[in-house]
Every structure is written in structure tokens, then in C-alpha cells.
Ligand binder design. Sequence first.
Ligand code: SME
Length: 165
Amino acid sequence: MAAAFDPSDLPAERRDRYARLADEIAAVVEGEVDEVARMATVAAMLKAAFDHYFWAGFYRVDPKRPEELMIGPYQGTLGCLRIAFGRGVCGRAAIDKQTIIVADVDAFADHIACDPRSKSEIVVPVLDACGRLIAVFDVDASERGAFGQADREGLEAILSRTFAA
Ligand code: SME
């Protein structure tokens, strides 16, 4: 049984908060090998920890349709179920295997609007220990320009520690 998680105990500064969360998440998922269980934990802890997160969750690569993402564990309003590789911000990040930050979703031509309240987003590819893409992690904010370098580095570190270690 994991120790209680209280986001009000986390440091206020965004980089420090991600660094502490990396340790907290690692402690909670220690010994858990199931990917979906780990994803659910990451989404729940990050969403609880940051006020600028409106929606946070995973789109997993469908093993039956390897060019398609399907909804995985998430926190927030109803998400779209499937996204083809190359479509939207998630599908672009899946093809490029690169993090994408979109400061204004209305300025991203192929953005997929699952909830019209989303105004900016960050999508981080999730790789396993062999470097294979297993999912993307998508965070949306209801404010424009909500994500920056601290989010990119913080999320990339947490996701690689949780899924590629
Ligand atoms: N906006 C994403 C789709 C996923 S939802 O925002 C939850 C995209 O363009 O890929």
C-alpha cells in the first residue's frame, strides 16, 4: 500500500515540483509491472499536483492497429477515443517521437478539439526500455501559453523514469 499523497506538501516552484513528483511517482509504482496501472498513477498524481492542468492522460499505441493511438488512463473531461498517427498534436508527436508544445491550439492547423475549453497543450512521446513508442502523454490547459521548458523537462524525466527504466 502506497503512502498517502498530499499535493499541498509539494514545492511551489514548477521545476522543483516536477522533481519531487518524479520521486513520489517512482515510490508509488515501485514493483508494479503493468503499464496501464503505471499510466493511471502518473495521470492521477500529475493532474492532482498542477493547477494549470485541465486534462492529462495517455493515448496508447494500439497493438492491433500499430498506426493508431487509443485512449488510455486519463484525468479530466471526456477525451477522444482514437487518433491516427499523423493526426492532431498527439499523432504528430507519435510519428516524430518528439515533444510538442502548442501555445495556442487555434494556431495549430490539425489540432483535434476533444474539449473546446483546451487552449494550449503539451504532448510527450512515451518510449519503453527498447526505445519503442508505447504511448503519448497529453496535457491540456484552459489558458493559452500554459506550458514551457520546465513542463517539457519535468514530464520527459518522469515518463522515461516510469516507462523506459
Ligand atoms: N488535442 C489533441 C487531442 C487529444 S485531446 O486534447 C484530449 C490533439 O490534437 O492531438
